[in-house]
Design a protein around this ligand. Structure first.
Ligand code: AMP
Ligand code: GLY
Length: 434
């Protein structure tokens, strides 16, 4: 089996790493890939993943048995459609399914069609500022303003200040904050409760196949403070997600959505990522993503005992009943190291040392998310740069290993949160009296 991983982020590295461990895989090629994937001995081929024609051309040359798309943008631009037109087996939805992530207003319309519980909300276009501000006034004390379009996880403001919410609405609708992505915005009531990521492998027709639950950390600062980011860390398993809660979320949220997508003529194939909040009234849908979570995938791939390939191949119509996913009981945790300044502007090209030494620690894997090779050195090129990940007998043990590895990495221009996994670690301490 020859697999093409389309992407160069930390999740693409984690997928390439898992596929490398698969008995059924002969070759993994990545485009564009990254220095971490190259260090696994995998071929990395440059490509503009957001250009469907270029992606199809490249896949035509490589002739993989299956293509896995890591990020949302290529999917929203139609990479999976272009590949399927050329007869390729692709893991990921076409542009119609990817609209679930590409337009939050459309996603909310699907939720209404599927009667899925979500926050009270309304969508507004650039010419509706007065109506948008009036809607804000009708919400209780926690306000959420979101761009309709993609904004790399940064287009959401959650605030208890009506003035800040009003400023956000004006900045979004005028295009000042996020350009066209924000000229339509969604305003909604703020919900409270623990957040969970439930990723479900879908084949377009049947119920879907849940992966192990994971919890990610969206805010930039310790204690879940500061602006939203693309994700600063994650761990799995997530104790909040009991088997009963998982079944409830599948029943009330995921299955009705899969059925609605089919009715709407956009059957969903690939990974449907349900971002859930467990509120006092039960699970509610915060967002859908149409691909593997980042950095959830990094911890899920560490915990995955089964071969990933059957899951990828099974996401074809009618083929999803025939495989099982098994997970190691160990916990996995990943900490994102980001360039100082992220999620705002940050320096590029700064040098990172100590990676090889850090990676020798027991249970540790370091996935590259925003790096480039400069001769034999690694330099930071992105906002989120490294995913320092570890397995351990408990979340606390995995956390200690990940931070021990981070302490060996020499990168003065980088930083990370120091509290990833804190809820689970506190719970473990309470249970063991430690
Ligand atoms: P989204 O991109 O829609 O997932 O939003 C990013 C993050 O903003 C979520 O992971 C939540 O932490 C937060 N958020 C989004 N919508 C809400 C909401 N209705 N209530 C509270 N927090 C929210
Ligand atoms: N972890 C958030 C995301 O993948 O969008």
């Amino acid at each position: 089996m020859h697999v093409l991983v389309l992407g160069g982020d930390g999740r693409a590295h984690a997928l390439a790493w898992a596929l490398d461990n698969s008995a059924s895989v002969d070759e993994v090629v990545s485009a564009p890939g990254n220095p971490g994937i190259a260090a696994l001995g995998k071929r990395c081929i440059p490509v503009d993943a957001n250009d469907p024609a270029a992606v199809a051309r490249l896949a035509g040359e490589i002739a993989p048995d299956v293509v896995v798309v890591s990020a949302e943008e290529p999917l929203v631009h139609g990479a999976a459609d272009a590949l399927r037109t050329h007869g390729m087996l692709v893991f990921g939805p076409g542009a119609d399914g990817a609209r679930l992530e590409g337009s939050k207003a459309w996603m909310k319309a699907v939720l209404a069609e599927a009667a899925v519980p979500t926050a009270r909300h309304a969508s507004f276009t650039a010419d509706q500022e007065d109506e948008a501000l009036a809607f804000l006034d009708r919400l209780p004390g926690l306000y959420v303003v979101k761009t309709d379009g993609l904004a790399a996880g940064k287009g959401v403001i959650v605030t208890d200040s009506i003035d800040d919410a009003r400023d956000a609405v004006r900045a979004y609708l005028s295009g000042q904050a996020f350009g066209d992505a924000g000229r339509t915005c969604v305003i909604e009531e703020g919900l409270t409760g623990p957040e969970l990521s439930l990723l479900v492998v879908c084949n377009g027709s049947t119920d879907g196949w849940p992966l192990a639950p994971a919890q990610d950390f969206k805010r930039i600062g310790d204690g879940d403070t500061g602006p939203n980011t693309g994700g600063m860390g994650a761990y799995s398993p997530a104790p909040v997600m009991t088997p009963q809660m998982s079944e409830r979320a599948l029943d009330e949220i995921v299955r009705p959505t899969i059925a609605a997508m089919k009715r709407l003529g956009a059957p969903f194939r690939g990974v449907l990522y349900a971002g859930l909040m467990i509120t006092a009234d039960g699970p509610k849908l915060i967002e859908y993503n149409v691909r593997f979570g980042d950095p959830e995938t990094q911890v899920l791939m560490l915990r995955l005992m089964s071969d990933l390939v059957p899951a990828l191949v099974a996401a074809r119509d009618g083929m999803l009943k025939s495989f099982d996913l098994r997970w190691y009981a160990d916990a996995a945790l990943t900490v994102v190291m980001a360039a100082k300044g992220y999620p705002g502007t940050y320096l590029k090209g700064t040098r990172i040392d100590g990676l090889a030494e850090a990676a020798t620690l027991e249970g540790v894997e370091i996935f590259h998310a925003g790096t480039a090779a400069d001769g034999d050195r690694v330099v930071a090129t992105g906002g989120r740069v490294l995913n320092v990940s570890a397995l351990g007998a408990s979340v606390g043990a995995a956390q200690a290993r990940a931070y021990a590895a981070i302490d060996r990495i020499r990168w003065p221009e980088g930083f990370c949160r120091r509290d990833i996994g804190w809820q689970a670690v506190a719970r473990e301490k309470a249970l063991t009296g430690g």
